[in-house]
Design a protein around this ligand. Sequence first.
Ligand SMILES: [Zn+2]
Ligand SMILES: [Zn+2]
Length: 244
Amino acid sequence: MTGPLLTSVLISAAAMTAIVAVRYLVTSGGFAWATKHVRPGLYATLDTQIRKEIFWSLASAAVYGIPAGIIAWGWQNRGWTLIYSDFSDYPLWYLPLSLFAFLFAHDTWFYWTHRWMHRPKLFRIAHAVHHASRPPTAWAAMSFHPIEALTGAIVIPALVFVIPIHVAMLGLVLAIMTLMGVTNHMGWEMFPRTLVHSRLGGWLITASHHQRHHEAYTCNYGLYFRFWDRICGTDKGISDAFAR
Ligand SMILES: [Zn+2]
Ligand SMILES: [Zn+2]
């Protein structure tokens, strides 16, 4: 690889790392601020834990940013990926379908790698960092050991080579990923009870569901949907603390 070419790839990787880091700080910071108002004192004794959550999350920003930056460079400069930007390239009904396909594929990958990381030896190496958050806070969204971060970081960069997606839908996938990553850990439910306790809510993962994973460890492994948990018998419902 020639000098200027390598430089432009490195700049893209560094820029994406900065974007992921700022996105994390703004989103987690915003919901941590909201928590102060909605649940005063919820994080009162967690200062030391929060510092660690921010440290691991910023390290994860690089693990996520580098592959994403390289793929973004290739998309812009080499025509890599199946990302498209002209709405007429695929029918309009394909927009929501591609969004769902990305979320479902990511959820499937997450469920099985997450279950795998709960095997005792691997847990100690790769996943204990994430579970050191007891209880998790809005800052724990990307609090992962680099090995775990890597399993998450490769998903979207791989999927854009397999499933065609409009760049706006890809932005929506990333927004949903960021929003749910933060809010599922923040220690309170932002969605209305009528949704969480509805039929649809029985298939969706929100804070009420993921909190139970952090309490009990051996259930509720999913990311967005309860599909795999339900068919594999690992769904233990929502946290008792949240049900009240
Ligand atoms: Zn978690
Ligand atoms: Zn876990």
